[in-house]
Design a protein. Structure first.
Lengths: 303, 424
């Protein structure tokens, strides 16, 4: 626990200097762990970064916030109908990376994204790509439930309305109903669609946000720690929902909970201080990590 | 040892606790005292203004019998007839005993000079009256009015009061005959300014204020809101926008008379707009109000949680849709608050309007944005500056009208704000 704080506090030097305490601890366990200081060269991505049928591909993605190099040369594919979990200690860049995928970082002052990210073979940073429809294709669910201060109906109907997905009122009502059903919220709210979305419980709000995201029929859904503000029961419902949604969508989920990653995802990517360390089948990553840092993280040595 | 320490610690906490509670009580009492003081000053202000001003809503009228003879009134030349003569003749008829130039002058002074104009208006409206004897109520002069309202005490020596003994006799006789009475003062609400207190009204200044503020609201709210939205939501953050921000903040602190000078130089001298008109007044007050609205608007926009923006962008709303559909409705109550403050400030502003000539003595009620006019605070200043006693009550009454105007304006704005207000 302490060590992670130290690591976070450390500037992005080429080598991570460990605290004395940690070095002492490391020397104790030297028999098991040959090396705890990980050099730059050892922070290459290991595992299976490519998939056979990728929906999105990311090649040499670098993100800078001003002088801060937040993501360093990340390469990864996101497959069709798969759930990709991104795990890693706080500040490792997993949320930043997620926000690159639908260009949400465009709105951040001083943020620079380089490299190539494609959706169905098209570069999303390309000159002929409009970010507005792109975000309709790649939906996003945020860490904190953030329904609009409008009615439940309007929350879900807003996206279809601005994109002109519904030609008339009954179309719109149908979209709202199916979206809420997919999000597993319909039964709970069907009698109070006109009440404000902000009056729902935290878990319901988050499912409302998911319904809002799928109402514009996206192809990929990005979820940025969708359960961090929720209790275990609400979390369980969202996780069931993710399992359901993957039949139709590609889902990328950032999570702090390794258990959650293990439960919901097919593949897992481990980030560490801006580096994409390891990617692979979730089961494989958790049972047989290939990289030292991954192993340290999932065994609870830090993080 | 350990236990001892904790006991000592507890004692110290207890001792300190009393001090803390005392300090809290003291603070609460201080706050209460401040609120009560403020409220009592407000009460004193309101009571003193309304106790001085309520009499202005009444006016003394005298009933005259006026024979309209054909010799004096030529139907073809009604505009040049001797109406004051008719009024005087009627007065002489009522008091046949009054002899001597000086006493007659006093007698004629019982009624206002406005009486002749009222008579004229009535006859021009209905020339068939000529040849008959009509009785009509005409406004009494300000001195008689003051006497009737008890502002001129009877029990001081004659040469210290403006109403002399013989005048009091006449008034008493009029009262006996029920030819003098106090009525609701409609003139005050229908007339413009006048040199005679009994003929002066607030309508001119009120219309001037309404026209001026209409221009101010029409220009300052959209421009201010648009500026705030652009600077907060769209403008790149660089040294130019920093410079603009610093300048806007400084402009909010510029003395208002400077805006008056600017208006004089730019709108009147350069663009050649007319003087003393609500249009220019509105433009000047717009300049003065804009910084307030912009600053309040930006603060309101900043207070909108970024999660709402992200949510909107996340479902694919364009930046403009994000602002118009989500951010602006949430910021609207705050923006309206800024506008209320700005408009209230503009309503009470005198200094910049002096510079563009809205301090003039204007009798006619303005009918458009380009008619010369004055505004309520300037009218209050003009009346407060006048020596006639009748203007004193009118000053207070005008302040009351100004306050009612202000309260109405704010009530409308608060009503609008409540409608926009939404919780999240």
């Amino acid at each position: 626990m302490e060590s992670i704080m130290d690591i976070e506090g450390a500037t992005l030097a080429d080598n991570i200097s460990m605290t004395l305490e940690q070095q002492a601890m490391a020397s104790d366990q030297e028999a098991i762990k040959k090396k705890t200081i990980v050099s730059r060269e050892d922070r290459r991505t290991v595992g299976e970064i490519y998939t056979e049928d990728p929906r999105m591909t990311c090649r040499n993605v670098n993100v800078h916030y001003g002088d801060n190099h937040a993501i360093i040369d990340a390469n990864i594919d996101i497959g069709r109908n798969e759930v990709l979990a991104m795990i890693g200690p706080s500040g490792c860049g997993k949320s930043t990376f997620l926000r690159c995928l639908n260009r949400m970082n465009d709105t951040v002052e001083g943020c620079r994204v380089t490299g190539e990210i494609t959706l169905d073979g098209q570069d999303i940073h390309g000159k002929n790509i409009d970010v507005v429809p792109l975000r309709a294709q790649i939906g996003m669910v945020f860490q904190k439930p953030n329904p609009f201060p409008k009615s439940i109906f309007d929350n879900v109907a807003y996206g279809p309305k601005i994109h002109g997905l519904a030609s008339n009122k009954s179309d719109l009502e149908e979209i709202v109903e199916t979206s809420l059903q997919k999000a597993g919220l319909w039964e709970e709210v069907k009698d109070r669609l006109n009440l404000p979305g902000t009056g729902l419980s935290g878990g319901q709000q988050q499912r409302l946000c998911i319904a809002r995201a799928i109402a514009v029929s996206p192809e990929v859904i990005l979820m940025d720690e969708p359960c961090s503000a929720l209790d275990p029961i609400a979390t369980a419902r969202i996780e069931e929902l993710i399992a359901e949604l993957r039949k139709q969508y590609s889902i990328v989920i950032v999570t702090h909970s390794m258990q959650q990653a293990a439960r919901v995802s097919g593949r897992t990517a481990y980030f560490h201080l801006g580096d994409l360390i390891e990617v692979g089948e979730t089961e494989r990553v958790f049972t047989n990590p290939r990289h030292q840092l991954t192993e340290d993280y999932i065994t609870g040595r830090f993080g | 040892m350990q236990k001892n320490n904790s006991v000592i610690g507890q004692e110290r906490i207890q001792k300190k606790l009393k001090q803390r509670y005392r300090a809290e009580k003291r603070f609460r009492r201080l706050g209460l005292f401040a609120v009560i003081t403020a409220l009592s000053f407000l009460a004193i202000l309101l009571i003193s203004i309304s106790s001085k001003g309520y009499t202005a809503f009444q006016q003394t009228y005298i009933k005259l019998e006026i024979p309209l003879s054909h010799e004096i009134l030529d139907v073809k030349n009604l505009a040049n007839a001797d109406y004051p003569g008719l009024v005087k003749a009627s007065l002489r008829q009522m008091f046949p005993d009054v002899k001597g130039r000086r006493d007659k002058r006093k007698l004629y002074g019982l009624v206002s000079t406005g009486a002749a104009f009222e008579l004229q208006d009535r006859i021009i409206e209905d020339p068939t009256l000529i040849g008959e004897k009509i009785s009509m109520w005409v406004p009494a002069s300000s001195d008689v009015d003051m006497f009737m309202k008890g502002q001129i005490p009877k029990n001081v020596s004659e040469n210290e009061r403006r109403i002399k003994d013989n005048e009091i006799e006449w008034i008493d006789w009029l009262q006996q005959e029920e030819r003098i009475e106090k009525r609701f003062n409609t003139v005050f609400f229908t007339a413009g300014d006048s040199r005679d207190p009994e003929l002066s009204g607030i309508r001119g200044a009120l219309s001037g204020s309404i026209f001026t503020l209409f221009i101010t609201l029409l220009l300052s709210f959209p421009i201010g809101a648009a500026t705030a939205v652009y600077l907060e939501e769209f403008a790149p953050k660089n040294k130019w926008t920093d410079l603009i921000e610093v300048n806007i903040n400084n402009l909010a602190a510029v003395p208002s008379i400077v805006f008056g000078l600017l208006g004089l130089a730019v709108f009147i001298n350069f663009f050649g707009l007319p003087r003393s008109v609500p249009l220019v007044g509105g433009l000047v007050l717009t300049l003065m109000t804009l910084p307030t609205i912009i600053i309040a608007g930006r603060a309101a926009l900043k207070a909108v949680p970024p999660s709402i923006r992200e949510a909107a962008l996340g479902v694919g709303a364009s930046p403009m849709q994000t602002v118009l559909h989500h951010v602006l409705p949430l910021a609207m109550p705050g923006m309206l608050t800024g506008t209320i403050i700005g408009m209230a400030q503009a309503l009470g502003e005198t200094a910049p309007l002096l510079m563009i000539g809205m301090v003039a003595f204007i009798v006619d009620v303005p009918g458009s944005f380009t008619d010369p006019s004055t505004v309520l605070p300037v009218q209050i200043f003009l009346w407060a500056d006048s020596p006639e006693r009748g203007f004193m009550e009118r000053t207070s009454a005008a302040i009351m009208v100004l306050l009612v105007f202000l309260i109405t304006m704010n009530a409308v704005a608060i009503f609008l704000r409540k409608r926009f207000e939404r919780r999240w």
